[in-house]
Write a protein that binds this ligand. Structure first.
Ligand code: ATP
Length: 328
């Protein structure tokens, strides 16, 4: 028989993402609905280690659904990577009487949860909160949609100045290992080229494509570059390379950086966070553990951590073809 869950803990970990507050709110409210106590830990795993927490009620999460960032704050905890750190966290949870945890974060957070659940008999459920969208057990992570809209809005503005001054802009967006943000925002903003980690376009092809753009009468161009693209040059070196090889181009660089993590979450991210977190609480109360929840084909689905982390979650390369056709 499943053990009785009287108290559920929640934390946000790794890089913050818009919609984490909507997720915290949903955990606290679902706990309240099911008459379970809710404890929020500050700064992710570090708060569990430092015993830094607060009690969360339905009212303590009022008016946060629209706020970016996370009221519980987030952190990357080196200590939690050690067995000693994880023991401190487990001892604290037992001492406070936390029976189970909802972990909101990215793949690293889930890996931490996986190790923790193998070592200690404390059920955990992961909720994907990261702008990277790099988790297999869900089609979308909380924050990704907002980040895409932020990037598209920024590129639209850059386009204004690019076209006024007949310039070529390289716009670097987040994505060290995955090109989801670059690819989708690139298509959404009508970029001429998109460079992503999953596909090495090659410098020759890039030059060829830019020459073709000029020949076809385009006076300005936008190239969206994922942080982790494999072309072998960073965005500034790329700009120099193009300037050297295509002197007709007036080249500029914009690195969007952390603005991509901020801002009020879109309706999509708020709804996703709400659905995933109610389900996470319900699954814990049903005795489930050591899984993540995700949205797959518009259904909330639980997947074990291993599959959720290692399963196939590749970018849609069809979008590269679409981008090629549309940048003619
Ligand atoms: P983002 O996708 O936004 O970067 P993330 O959750 O992947 O978010 P990480 O910094 O990779 O961010 O992971 C968050 C925290 O999870 C780490 O700081 C660390 O405390 C813990 N963690 C990650 N991997 C492990 C691991 N293998 N063992 C134990 N803890 C881990």
């Amino acid at each position: 028989m499943a053990r009785q869950i009287k108290t559920i803990g929640v934390m946000t970990s790794g890089g913050d993402s818009p919609g984490m507050n909507a997720a915290i709110r949903a955990v606290a409210r679902a706990c309240s609905y099911y008459n379970v106590k809710c404890i929020g830990f500050y700064r992710g795993y570090q708060g569990m280690i430092d015993n830094d927490y607060c009690e969360m009620t339905a009212r303590s999460v009022r008016n946060i659904i629209s706020a970016g960032g996370t009221i519980l704050k987030s952190a990357r905890s080196k200590e939690f990577r050690t067995p000693e750190g994880r023991k401190k966290a487990a001892d604290n949870l037992k001492a406070i009487g936390v029976d189970a945890m909802v972990l909101i974060g990215g793949d690293g957070t889930f890996r931490g949860g996986q190790v923790f659940s193998q070592e200690y008999d404390i059920p955990v459920i992961g909720v994907p909160g990261t702008i990277d969208n790099d988790i297999a057990g869900t089609n979308y992570t909380i924050g990704y949609d907002t980040a895409l809209n932020t990037v598209v809005e920024a590129i639209d503005k850059i386009r204004d100045t690019a076209s006024s001054h007949d310039r070529l802009f390289f716009v670097e967006v987040m994505g060290r290992d995955a090109g989801f943000i670059a690819l989708n925002s690139g298509v959404g903003a009508g970029a001429e080229e998109i460079l992503i980690p999953e596909e090495d376009l090659g410098l020759d092809r890039l030059l060829e494509s830019l020459k073709r753009s000029k020949r076809s009468g385009k006076s300005s161009s936008i190239v969206v570059v994922s942080e982790g693209d494999k072309i072998g040059k960073n965005v500034y070196q790329l700009a120099d390379y193009v300037t050297d090889n295509l002197p007709d181009y007036d080249v500029r660089v914009t690195v969007l950086g952390h603005m991509q993590r901020g801002g009020s979450p879109t309706c999509f991210d708020r709804t996703l966070a709400s659905r995933l977190c109610v389900k996470a609480v319900e699954l814990l109360l049903d005795g489930e553990a050591d899984i993540m929840v995700g949205l797959l084909n518009n259904k909330i689905v639980a997947t074990n951590f291993e599959k959720g982390l290692e399963g196939d979650h590749s970018i849609n390369k069809e979008l590269l073809r679409i981008s090629d056709i549309l940048s003619v």
